[in-house]
Design a binder for this molecule. Structure first.
Ligand code: NAG
Length: 462
């Protein structure tokens, strides 16, 4: 029996409701406790939940139960065009633990890499934080800080955990696009600064035009449309490498051509800065900070704290800095400093750091062209949605984060070496075979006043 629920339909709605109710499996979001903190009041728990991204879900025809989408395969008899497909098909509900390897307990969320189940195998996942069953939580983080604990010890080369904020609509886009009946409840509306073409439902339509594989192993597929929006990624990491990155876009939009989407050689004409401005300590030539047995020991749980500083220390000011602090075993560990001759020893993400890094590495500063940190800050005014994921990388094998990238460049050139992983690592076929039990655990998510999420001093001076 298919587990599913009606989500994308219109013309057959009356009939559908009558037929569907008895076969519906409920969409039950795993609960997750987070904490809201104030300088004087400490941290108070809030019960929230997570929802699986719609792109991981199958879909079925509302009236007949025929498969519309299974894995990366669209049923071309039912799904002929984007609009009609979305009207007649429903995104299925998720069996979080059994099918997707997603479990929560108290304030802790675990995402498994590979999950074998009765109908096949699931690889990777992405979830979003919900405020209520139909609405994502929006975080306004200017002049605030955000903290979480992460256990990345079970993430080998090539496998990435991510915790990021993106410019998604709180309702997943269902009010803007009436054919999207699924909304936030079924994890629709994802977008990020890579203008991802693999997002299967966009703007209330199926992304089935020009749908083809982009990796030789046919694990990655893409459609005509890309979902572009601003992204602040606080954690892209495994046990070897970590980066935090701001990626501004000039607009939140569905792109439909190589120029706007920034595909192939048109990378720097996109709506989005796809490089972003990244802070990767290893790439910035401090190889002692992060890794197994390093100052931040990735064999153990790590607390990651990020502060969003504005020019006037108010929530309405211009975003001027994204600061990073780590904590482990009760000890506060400051971020590393840039260790490149001729580059000032920045230790946080600012427009000045970004331009210094990009000129040292010979990278185009599209970050600045897209408006830099102040552009990111203006997008943050509307609140951003929190996503957490575990992903492999069929196209680039994650070498841009944990290895040498571009792979054909000389590793002595500044900025080319991002981590210790070898050029042959990160092939998803190998990872699935060798590390199926890989997982990441995020826990103890806290947000609030600067300095409120971790003990910095005794007494708050109130
Ligand atoms: C993964 O975990 C299962 C269950 O604990 C175990 O039987 C299997 O050997 C593990 N696989 C690998 C490759 O470690």
């Amino acid at each position: 029996m298919f587990r599913r629920i009606l989500v994308l339909f219109s013309v057959f709605s009356a009939v559908v409701h009558a037929q569907q109710v008895s076969v519906l499996a409920p969409e039950t979001h795993p609960l997750l406790t987070i904490y809201k903190c104030t300088t004087c009041g400490g941290c108070q728990p809030q019960t929230r939940s997570v929802v699986l991204d719609a792109s991981w879900r199958s879909a079925h025809r509302v009236t007949t139960n025929e498969v519309c989408l299974s894995g990366n395969t669209w049923n071309r008899i039912v799904c002929i065009d984007p609009v009609l497909c979305a009207k007649v098909c429903a995104v299925d509900s998720a069996d979080y633990a059994g099918q997707y390897g997603i479990t929560t307990s108290g304030n802790s969320l675990r995402l498994r890499y590979v999950t074998h189940h009765a109908e096949g195998t699931n690889v990777g996942s992405r979830v979003f934080l919900l405020e209520s069953d139909n609405k994502y939580q929006k975080f306004s983080l200017k002049n605030r800080e955000f903290a979480f604990d992460v256990d990345a010890s079970q993430l080998p080369c090539g496998l990435k955990s991510s915790l990021s904020f993106t410019e998604m609509d709180a309702d997943g886009g269902s009010s803007k696009f009436p054919d999207n009946k699924a909304g936030a409840k079924f994890g629709t509306g994802y977008c990020d600064a890579q203008c991802p073409h693999e997002v299967k439902w966009q703007n209330g339509e199926a992304n089935l035009l020009d749908w083809f594989p982009t990796s030789v192993d046919t694990r990655a597929w893409r459609g005509k449309y890309g979902a572009c929006c601003t992204e602040v990624n606080l954690w892209e990491a495994n046990q070897h490498s970590a980066a935090y990155t701001a990626y501004p876009c000039i607009q939140k939009a569905r792109c439909d051509n190589v120029i706007d989407c920034g595909d192939w050689h048109d990378r720097y004409n996109s709506f989005c800065d796809k490089d972003g401005c990244d802070y990767n300590s290893h790439r910035l030539n401090d190889k002692t900070l992060f890794g197994s047995g390093k100052a931040i020991d990735t064999t153990k749980k790590i607390t990651v704290i990020t502060q969003f500083i504005t020019h006037d220390n108010t929530p309405t000011g211009n975003l001027v800095e994204i600061r990073r602090i780590y904590r482990q075993n009760g000890i506060v560990i400051q971020n590393s400093r840039v260790n490149i001759p001729g580059v000032p020893p920045h230790d946080s993400l600012t427009d000045g750091f970004c331009s210094a890094q990009k000129s040292a590495f010979g990278d185009r500063n599209y970050f600045e062209e897209m408006g830099g940190l102040s552009r990111v800050g203006r997008v943050m005014d509307d609140g951003l949605v929190l996503g957490m994921s575990i992903l492999d990388d069929p196209e680039r094998h994650l070498l841009w984060l944990d290895g040498t990238f571009p792979p054909d460049r000389d590793s002595s050139e500044p900025g080319v070496v991002r981590g210790t992983c070898s050029l042959t690592s990160g092939n998803p076929t190998d990872l699935e075979a060798e590390s199926p039990n890989a997982s990441v655990t995020f826990s103890n998510i806290r947000y609030g006043d600067i300095g409120s999420t971790y003990p910095t001093r005794s007494g708050c001076g109130c």
